[in-house]
Structure formats: structure tokens, C-alpha cells
Design a protein around this ligand. Structure first.
Ligand SMILES: O=c1ccn([C@H]2C[C@H](O)[C@@H](COP(=O)(O)OP(=O)(O)OP(=O)(O)O)O2)c(=O)[nH]1
Ligand SMILES: [Mg+2]
Length: 147
């Protein structure tokens, strides 16, 4: 178990903190902390506040992902999916939503707009070299093995 701290930002006592909607859900649903209902026109994007900030161990990142129901029914998704929350970020977690549907979509205060999945981030050390090891694939990529 990794300890994750959530801090509710002032004025958001009425907005639920991220939570799982079933016992074994991978994602914690994120709630919109918009002051007023926010209408996203087709093609429009908005950075939606969630009303909380957090701290987690350096081994973790949090990914912000779309909710499939909103994507399927309304074309609402995260423009930068998966969004990356760094372990050292202490600002408000925000969700970059975009409306890829054909109708305006209204985001109400408290509505579940996306989900957050925690992932382990392997710690790596990076080194510049002059030669890389040989492999069968070599420089082949982007479909070079066929369709
Ligand atoms: O969907 C997102 C993506 C990012 N962030 C916050 C947390 C993250 O730690 C920070 C920076 O995100 P990222 O590294 O993806 O953006 P950047 O454009 O590289 O900004 P920066 O220069 O601040 O790293 O913004 C969010 O709240 N929601
Ligand atoms: Mg960055």
C-alpha cells in the first residue's frame, strides 16, 4: 500500500474527493469543482478544476483518464490522455476535457468527469553513449514487420 494524501482546497467542502465506485475499480473518479455549470461546445476544451491537491510517494504517478461512458455517450474525453500528475505536484489537480461530440455538453458541479489511476514509475538513470547494442529489429519500426 502506498500512502497518498489528498487535500481539499478551500471552498470545495461540497465536492467529493476522488473515490472508487466499486471495490476493485482501478480508477478513482474525479469530480468537477466548477463554480457554475460549464458548457462545452462541440470542439471546445476546458481545464476543469477538481477541488483537491495531493502528495504521493516518488515511486508513483497518477494518470488522468477519460470515463468511457462520457466518451461513448457524449464524445467527452481528456485531450491529453493519459494526463500525468507528478509526485511533486502540489497544485490543484485539473482535468483537460474536450468535447468531440456534436452537441454542447454541460458539466455540473460535483459531476464525475474523469478518473485517476495510480501507477508505479520505475526510477531510471540516463546515460549518453556513442553506440547502442545490436538487435534483430535494428532501426525497423512503424509497421516494417507488415500489416
Ligand atoms: O491532466 C493533467 C495534467 C497535468 N496536471 C498537472 C500535474 C502535473 O504534475 C503538472 C504538469 O503536467 P505535465 O508535465 O503534463 O505538463 P507540462 O506542460 O510539461 O507542464 P510543466 O512544465 O509544469 O511540467 O500539471 C494536471 O493537473 N492535470
Ligand atoms: Mg512536465
Amino acid at each position: 500500500m502506498y500512502p497518498v494524501q489528498l487535500r481539499r482546497l478551500p471552498g470545495n467542502e461540497d465536492v467529493a474527493l476522488p473515490r472508487r465506485m466499486s471495490d476493485m475499480a482501478a480508477g478513482f473518479d474525479l469530480h468537477a469543482a466548477v463554480a457554475e455549470p460549464l458548457v462545452l461546445a462541440p470542439g471546445e476544451r476546458a481545464l476543469v478544476p477538481t477541488g483537491f491537491a495531493m502528495a504521493m510517494p516518488v515511486e508513483l504517478e497518477a494518470q488522468i483518464r477519460p470515463r468511457s461512458g462520457l466518451a461513448y455517450k457524449h464524445g467527452i474525453t481528456c485531450l491529453n490522455t493519459p494526463g500525468t500528475i507528478d509526485a511533486d505536484y502540489r497544485g490543484e489537480v485539473k482535468v483537460l476535457l474536450v468535447n468531440l461530440g456534436q452537441q454542447p455538453f454541460t458539466i455540473e458541479r460535483g459531476e464525475r468527469i474523469a478518473q485517476m489511476v495510480f501507477q508505479r514509475v520505475p526510477q531510471v538513470s540516463i546515460e549518453e553513449v556513442d553506440e547502442l547494442s545490436d538487435t534483430v529489429r535494428g532501426e525497423g519500426g512503424f509497421g516494417h514487420t507488415g500489416k
